[in-house]
Design a protein around this ligand. Structure first.
Ligand SMILES: Nc1nc2c(ncn2[C@@H]2O[C@H](COP(=O)(O)OP(=O)(O)OP(=O)(O)O)[C@@H](O)[C@H]2O)c(=O)[nH]1
Ligand SMILES: [Mg+2]
Length: 279
């Protein structure tokens, strides 16, 4: 299996900057990609959060398999953790999230109120892997576009404090990965869903992995996308399927181009509501 890694210097810097800010943070919001709730969990974050209130958002829930999202939500809801699924692209009303943040910060708010604060301000860090929707969530919380978003990893370059109308200050942070993926499929899943820069891997390696996953768990969606009956797909191997699809989509033998096209369709949800981390 191919080995994909992406941990450039700026990510290490971003991680260190986040660590330096932790003493200021009241609630830590970890944004996951709902299609890979396990593989998008940065193992460095748990240590960073320590015993601070920890809110986990399964974002891009509109693109994920709803049955799987429910299961992951249940799994992550443990003592001291708040969990919610979110579609921050189409959902402009963030009242549920605001409520959740205030619930997680209840102790802090009480303390500040007892000290005489009339409208206590709480500080929230929003962190997660590249391209999972951190800045989109912040723009929704603030109510207008105060931070840049983009359909590629590495859009946010530095940390940024932003004010919302709800007495919540949010820290936007650059996407952070970690130095070594524990298992190679993690790198493939992150690459498939756009958390890793496209120039770091070969699209066909990732496309072959995606086809194997679709075949196993989403054969109906794959059959529709391939415009090919299920039985026929089941008869051929992944490499032959990739070549057949390249031709079917009019790209002759340019399977690299088709591989990238497949990934783009997958990321946009055009293949179906696909969750790659199974539970
Ligand atoms: N379908 C869907 N798309 C989303 C959602 N949230 C964000 N996006 C899209 O995902 C892409 C990345 O969003 P950003 O907010 O820039 O992501 P980020 O986590 O800040 O990314 P970096 O700053 O690069 O780490 C954009 O194209 C958004 O429109 C969501 O809930 N559903
Ligand atoms: Mg961003």
């Amino acid at each position: 299996m191919v080995n994909i890694q992406w941990y450039p210097g700026h990510m290490n810097k971003a991680r260190n900057q986040l660590e330096d800010k932790m003493s200021l943070i009241d609630v830590f919001v970890e944004v996951l990609d709902a299609r890979i709730p396990q593989s998008s969990r940065n193992p460095m974050i748990e240590k960073l959060v320590g015993d601070k209130p920890h809110l986990i958002i399964l974002n891009k829930a509109d693109l994920a398999d709803p049955v799987m999202t429910k299961r992951w939500q249940k799994k992550f809801t443990t003592k001291g953790k708040y969990v919610m699924a979110l579609d921050s692209l189409h959902n402009t009303n963030m009242q549920i999230l605001v409520k959740m943040i205030k619930k997680a910060a209840a102790n802090k708010i009480n303390k500040l109120t007892q000290k005489g604060a009339v409208s206590p301000v709480i500080r929230v860090a929003i962190a997660g892997i590249p391209n999972c929707g951190k800045s989109t969530i912040i723009n929704r919380l603030v109510g207008r576009n105060v931070t840049q978003v983009g359909n590629k990893p590495g859009v946010t370059k530095g940390q940024n404090w932003l004010k919302t109308t709800e007495n919540i200050q949010v820290l936007d942070t650059p996407g952070i990965l970690w130095p070594k993926f524990e298992d190679q499929t993690v790198g493939l899943k992150l690459a498939a869903l756009g958390a890793i820069k496209d120039t770091v891997f070969s699209a066909d390696d990732v496309a072959l992995f995606v086809l194997s996953k679709l075949r196993k768990h989403y054969l109906n969606d794959l059959s529709k996308f391939a415009r090919t009956p299920k039985a026929e797909i089941e008869r051929i191997n992944d490499t032959d399927l990739l070549l057949a699809l390249t031709e079917e989509y009019g790209m002759r033998d340019d399977y690299d181009r088709f591989s990238m096209y497949l990934l783009q369709r997958l990321r946009k949800g055009k293949v179906g509501r696909i969750t790659l981390d199974r539970i």
